[in-house]
Design a protein. Sequence first.
Length: 52
Amino acid sequence: MLGKTGVHHYIGNNTELGTACGKYYRVCTLAIIDPGDSDIIRSMPDQQQGEK
């Protein structure tokens, strides 16, 4: 963790990440600034071996 910021490594390519975000283009980096009312942080599976 850098600056107490969690890092999640997406298993897939940048086109799939863009599609998962509802975008029609490739995404290489994604930051959640304000999760709002969504459960996106809590719904992420715990992948301790993939986090750095």
